[in-house]
Design a protein around this ligand. Sequence first.
Ligand code: NAD
Length: 451
Amino acid sequence: MSDRYLAFANSSTGRRLVGALGLPAPVRLERWMAGRVRPIDGALLFGGEGDLVKAIQPFASKLTDQLFAARDGQFDLPRWTAEHGPKLKALVFDASHLTRFEQLIELRDFFQPAFKGLANSPRVVVLGRAPESLKDPVAASVQRSLEGFTRSLGKEIRRGGSVQLLYVGKGGDQQLEGALRFFLSPKSAYVSGQVLRLGACGEQVKDWTRPLAGKKALVTGASRGIGASIAEVLARDGAEVVLLDVPQAADALQALAARLGGRAVTLDICADDAPQRLVEALPDGLDIVVHNAGITRDKTLAKMSDAFWNSVIDVNLKAPQVLTQALLDADKLHDNGRVVLIASISGIAGNMGQTNYAVSKAGVIGLAQAWAPALAKKGISINAVAPGFIETQMTAAIPLGIREAGRRMNSMSQGGLPQDVAEAVAWFAQPGSGAVTAQVLRVCGQSLLGA
Ligand code: NAD
């Protein structure tokens, strides 16, 4: 499972050779460590002239104590210059005021000098207004053009950096703290080139050291891989966790549940009595449901058997739908609950030999979009996280050539870790993240597949 090339490229010999031959040069990504308090370990530079940045001011000093502005007098912050300022760990550019094509040059004017002063693993967030919310076609086009800008910048930033675009709608400015704590910190280490829309949400995180305190979470497929990491990160953030997996995985599941102070439920999610048994296992109901259990049975369509096709659809797509319906019917999903489905970039881009899997994962994205309006009436959000190449037993089983291609074909030239998916899930699970629903967040290092 280990990425030997990443280790080699970061050794002293490897660095020279990789540079001389022009090979991919992955850097070791910074990741969130338990016990850390400040999201940004270094300087944060603000730019742009929109109004949204005003909503950040009240909590900006909780992100980092090194705040700078691109212009004199902006937000009463010291001015940063490439010549005299410290290295930049994070940039926030408020582009919400851009309504004319001539103003787009402001992007170049801000980012060109700022990019000369970047520290390692820099994080960039561009803020805008959703094009569909604007009546003026030019303004809508200008705001839409930010997608091309941020995605291109994601491919240029290198050194383990990331760039995202947040379209902030009505009330969404009140939930910027949670979003920025995720996107400006190492929690989003393997997320780049993403575009999300933030709306209003009545809930707020009360304690940022334990944002999920008092919440009960169910994670399916939690005995190993990504599911185990999701359970771990949700528990770290204060949730009480219920871990579910097949009976064959009972030992690993119980050991992890015990370590996390949670509970283990052994159940095949495709069994006929799974909905009833799940409901019975949750007398007090739930706040967070993570549909993570999944399988692959790869074959080209020409060689695809009934069994391969059906088993993948049953586990990855049918079970999340049936179990979500059962939890709702039994009134087990609390108001303001959070549902997260684990999709895949395969469900976005398609993948050779994975028609069955891509059907199931595209279908999961469809579930998030289809359920969202009805669930919103109870304050429940439902989103999909679409991982790219993540280092797990599932991807260790891929033949070497395809595995290496999967690892390198992204802006970070490496695979992600289960923790990277787990951090995204944990952000979606937060009280304030009701601001995001019916959306897909890729955790793929900005993979070229389906870009
Ligand atoms: P994994 O095989 O390591 O873990 C999957 C878990 O799901 C296992 O513990 C398994 O026992 C459980 N499971 C399978 N069928 C089940 C059933 N019928 N009932 C209950 N539990 C069941 O896989 P992983 O790599 O950790 O993947 C987790 C999720 O992420 C899956 O949905 C997968 O499709 C998705 N994903 C993974 C990657 C990757 O690169 N690893 C990429 C994209 C998406």
